[in-house]
Design a protein around this ligand. Structure first.
Ligand code: G3P
Length: 242
């Protein structure tokens, strides 16, 4: 089976991460999936933004959680990337799923609750996925094992994945303990043995964030189940060559 290519925060090398231009570009170049990050506003609206704070990717400041959605919706989430994206807005999960339901793509939603423990983020996000009937196309992931566990208790219709950035001898037992069926591991953790162990234990293995051609090719060679990349068009080109 081919390694699936997920556009990391959209095609984020070419357009501002987690915005509609980055998502649309990912689809246009033929990515099979889109990875995105969810945080909650003060009024519990899920919005797609990687950082807990606003300053890196918008013209706002402070924490996402300290602003209502009405306060955030006028922010510019594109100018920081390039002048031509001036006026690009933050995207809510609802807007994203409205758009995604008409695209044939997989969606990986990362619950960004490893730094801020947003209460109820799991059930809030789950309600949106159900409302759009996208259960079979969504993968929920988190660095927070408790969150993966909590999401798994809500439903067994949606795949869950534990994110891992540091080497651990017990990685796969953690994945099993939280009830996830996939490991999303940082590229530096990738070994042939990890791939084999995941296969033996019937776990999917997807690797982030893989941009260099040599690394992309290594993931293909080792038959990883998926990669997250900022450059989905290159990943697709290399897949055709492989
Ligand atoms: O979900 C894969 C990857 O996005 C995890 O790392 O830091 O981009 O959330 P990060």
């Amino acid at each position: 089976m081919n390694t699936s290519i997920f556009a990391h925060r959209g095609a984020s090398h070419f357009a501002p991460e987690n915005t509609m231009p980055a998502f649309e570009l990912a689809i246009n170049v033929g990515a099979e999936g889109i990875e995105t990050d969810v945080q909650l506003t003060k009024d519990n609206i899920p919005v797609l933004i990687h950082d807990e704070t606003l300053h890196r990717t918008t013209n706002g400041s402070g924490y996402v959680k300290d602003h209502t959605y009405n306060e955030l919706k006028t922010l510019d989430a594109g100018s920081w990337f390039a002048p031509k994206y001036q006026g690009t807005s933050l995207v809510t999960l609802e807007e994203f799923l409205t758009w995604a339901q008409d695209q044939s793509i997989y969606i990986n939603i990362e619950l960004k609750n490893n730094i801020i423990d947003y209460s109820n983020i799991e059930s809030i996000v789950y309600e949106y996925i159900k409302a759009f009937n996208l259960q079979s196309r969504v993968i929920i992931s988190s660095f927070n094992p408790n969150s993966v566990k909590r999401f798994g208790k809500l439903t067994n219709e949606i795949e869950t994945a534990l994110l891992l950035s540091q080497r651990s001898r017990n990685a796969l037992s953690y994945v099993k303990q939280v009830g996830a069926s996939a490991l999303h591991a940082k590229y530096s953790l990738l070994t042939k043995k990890l791939v084999e162990d995941c296969q033996d234990q019937d776990l999917s293995l997807r690797i982030y964030t893989v941009n260099r051609p040599s690394r992309i090719m290594r993931c293909y060679k080792l038959k990883c189940d998926g990669i997250f990349t900022d450059v989905p068009h290159s990943a697709i080109e290399y897949q055709e060559l492989y």
